[in-house]
Design a protein around this ligand. Structure first.
Ligand code: ATP
Ligand code: MG
Length: 439
């Protein structure tokens, strides 16, 4: 079989075999290579014990962070290569970590503890593909299937439920029915998983090209880990501007959003989370959601805090949620650059585009305005136009000289800035002073 393997990984396999041990590429790199995707790293599994691995690579710098899990990582020709002793997992009593990990001399033990058949294949030059669970066939058929009894495997480690969704979302695979049934029924066990891990897997799911399908099929799993989103499900959206309910609309925005960065895909998921709480039906039977942006931004903040994300990430997503519904065209571009920060402006345009695409056809004409907004944004950047108080041609001292005092000073500056942002006045000292003086 054809196999592309990095020179460093090839060297590592050969060195272990030359010393009398078995050694294989395993997991993601085998899966990716069979799919024709260049692997992003190579994991090696071997019969050599950690001390023996160290001896074989005594001439290399060794990274030992994973030593207690049996992983020794020699730096081979500048590349970090993870080499792990065959493992067999003991019982799992906490739903995430095996109580004890024992080293094994058999490759089959190591493959048996892996999550999905497509991730449980090994390869070496000597043996070719070792595929005890028909992973290659599942790969061909686009199927995610647990290794062994799915109920038992997700009971051992509930994180695998989200991992399965992540692979389905990334690869566009379907999930084998019994595996899927176990994912649904054991989802409540995800409550035992650390929130950081949940966040990392959810992010992987959201970023996948097939996130819409996976989250549509497994909305119950999502709502188990982010219960705040459950009210979106079947929340009505009776309006001439909409063709979907709020949850379906959210999924379509998620589907359309590009590029699929963590910030943008999370913003897509959360952008309308304030709608269920703010929904009001008018006398004609149409729905309105006053203040849903601000309510949603607050909810998004609580959701992301519960997932222990960084402050920078939280601020990025919540800012997009807060301003996602603003009118965005050439006239308002600079105002929004100021509101969201110039570095978030392009993300706001992307979110708005995806949001419009998930509306009724009559709304599509607003897409043209986004081109105008983007052009105006680039022009403002190129010409270094003023989009902040800092770059306004007058300052606090100027306002004091005109008699403004205390909080009035900032208010006056902000009023002037708004005029500049709307292109109503040039950012020059004379006209700004005149305007401020004429109060
Ligand atoms: P990616 O391309 O996302 O890195 P990957 O398959 O390499 O995909 P990793 O998380 O790097 O995924 O894990 C490497 C391998 O370890 C997997 O292919 C799988 O065989 C095994 N594995 C990882 N996490 C688990 C788990 N929770 N339960 C069982 N096996 C796992
Ligand atoms: Mg990997």
């Amino acid at each position: 079989m054809r196999f592309t393997i990095s020179p460093q990984a090839a060297k590592a396999l050969r060195a272990l075999e030359a010393a009398g041990y078995e050694a294989y590429l395993v997991g993601g790199c085998v899966r990716d290579d069979l799919m024709g995707i260049p692997p992003h790293d190579y994991d090696i599994t071997t019969s050599a014990r950690p001390d023996e691995i160290k001896r074989v690579f005594s001439g290399c710098r060794l990274v030992l962070d994973g030593e207690k899990h049996g992983t020794i990582s020699p730096v081979i020709d500048g590349d970090l290569t993870e080499i792990t002793t065959f493992r067999a997992d003991g019982a799992y009593s906490d739903g995430r970590h095996p109580d004890e990990v024992s080293f094994s001399t058999r490759l089959s033990d190591d493959l048996e503890r892996r999550d999905f058949t497509i991730n449980a294949m090994a390869w070496s030059e000597r043996t070719g593909l070792v595929d005890l669970y028909h992973g290659e066939e599942d790969l061909k058929n686009g199927c995610i299937r647990a290794v062994g009894d799915p109920q038992a495997r997700f009971r051992e480690d509930a994180l695998r439920i989200l991992r399965g969704m992540r692979f389905a979302s990334r690869l566009g695979f379907s999930i084998e029915p019994q595996t899927a049934a176990a994912m649904h029924s054991l989802a409540p066990r995800l409550e035992a998983i650390s929130r950081e891990r949940v966040f990392a897997e959810l992010t992987g799911i959201l970023q996948g090209e097939h996130a819409m399908t996976v989250l549509s099929d497994f909305h119950d799993v999502l709502f188990t880990v982010v219960p705040e989103l459950f009210p979106l499900y079947m929340c009505p959206q009776k309006s001439v501007y909409h063709i979907y309910d709020v949850w379906e609309h959210t999924l379509h925005v998620l589907d359309a959003v590009a590029p699929r960065t963590p910030v943008l895909t999370w913003a897509a998921l959360l952008h309308d989370c304030g709608k269920p709480q703010t929904r009001m039906r008018d006398r004609k039977g149409y729905d309105h959601y006053p203040q849903h942006q601000a309510v949603g931004a607050k909810m998004a903040e609580r959701i992301l805090q519960s997932l222990k994300v960084s402050n920078a990430f939280l601020k990025d997503v919540c800012t997009l949620v807060l301003y996602h519904d603003e009118k965005l065209d050439a006239q308002t571009a600079k105002l929004l650059m100021y509101r969201v920060g110039p570095e978030r402006f392009e993300a706001l345009v992307s979110l708005r585009r995806a949001d419009l695409l998930a509306h009724a056809p009559r709304v599509m004409k607003e897409l043209d305005a986004l081109e105008g907004a983007t052009a105006r944004y680039h022009e403002a950047l190129d010409k270094q136009e003023c989009v902040s108080l800092r770059t306004l041609a007058v300052n606090g001292d100027d306002m004091m000289a005109l008699g403004y005092q205390g909080p009035e000073i900032r208010e006056a500056l902000e009023r002037l800035l708004l005029c500049v942002l709307r292109d109503e006045i040039r950012n020059e000292r004379e006209p700004l002073m005149q305007k401020a003086a004429a109060r």
